[in-house]
Ligand binder design. Structure first.
Ligand code: ZN
Length: 242
């Protein structure tokens, strides 16, 4: 039985190493994805700002027409002033002139505000476009390095997978099945040591009688809490050296 436990310990070591490679690969991929997302978010902001600029330009044109119309009305009423006879007509024209002058002034202020807002947004768009270009360039420059690192990790993983197949073939079928099942259900950790009478998988204390049995290693000992296969560190150290 000790022999089988040692094989399982070895298999667990290999599987942990494989998981380490998988994590490293995933980390690299995630870093690239995050950077791509950051660029995509900036591009979305650019589109959003450009739409805003378009809307402001439209409003600005409309306001310009309002402004010109008011100016034209002022001129028109001023011309009519020459022709009116009564003071009532005169007063009415004056009132219209005042009103249209007020509109002309107010629309002019609004136009200036639109121009200011548009300039501000255009600056923002230019900044974001510069950032996007720089980030994209950097990312494509580094993409090659990342690809190389990932393929290095995958090569290392594949060679160790070959080793795993050899180790797995040496195990009894029933043990391997149990081990594989635990590995998938227990987060990649099927075989764990006990330390100070505590399962290193779930960190629950074990009954003293079980600790003795784990030390003897005459049969499979499963953690009563997490069901992982338990071993005593000493077993690994002494037997592995033989
Ligand atoms: Zn446990």
């Amino acid at each position: 039985m000790k022999e089988e436990i040692l094989k399982l310990i070895k298999l667990q070591e290999i599987d942990s190493e494989i998981a380490g490679f998988d994590n490293a690969i995933a980390k690299h991929r995630l870093a690239v994805t995050r950077r791509e997302q950051a660029i995509a978010e900036k591009q979305e902001s650019i589109t959003h700002f450009k739409n805003k600029i378009e809307l402001l330009n439209k409003k600005q044109s409309e306001t310009k027409i309002e402004h010109e119309d008011a100016g034209a009305r002022v001129k028109d009423r001023q011309n009519k002033m020459m022709q009116v006879q009564t003071s009532r007509e005169h007063q009415a024209l004056l009132k219209e002139i005042e009103e249209n002058k007020r509109i002309a002034k107010e629309t002019e202020e609004r136009i200036l505000q639109f121009i200011e807002q548009i300039e501000h947004l255009e600056q923002e768009v230019a900044n974001l476009e510069n950032l996007c270009t720089a980030e994209q360039q950097l990312l494509s420059e580094e993409a090659e390095n990342v690809d190389q690192e990932i393929s290095r990790l995958e090569d290392a993983k594949h060679s160790i997978i070959g080793q795993r197949e050899v180790e797995a073939a040496a195990l009894k079928d029933a043990y391997l099945k149990r081990y594989n099942m635990l590995l998938s259900k227990r987060d990649g950790l099927a075989v764990v040591a006990i330390n100070d009478n505590v399962c290193q998988g779930c960190h629950m204390a074990l009954p003293p009688q079980q600790v003795i049995e784990v030390r003897k290693a005459e049969k499979f000992n499963l953690c009563p809490t997490c069901q992982r296969i338990l071993y005593y560190k000493e077993v690994e150290e002494t037997e592995a050296g033989e």
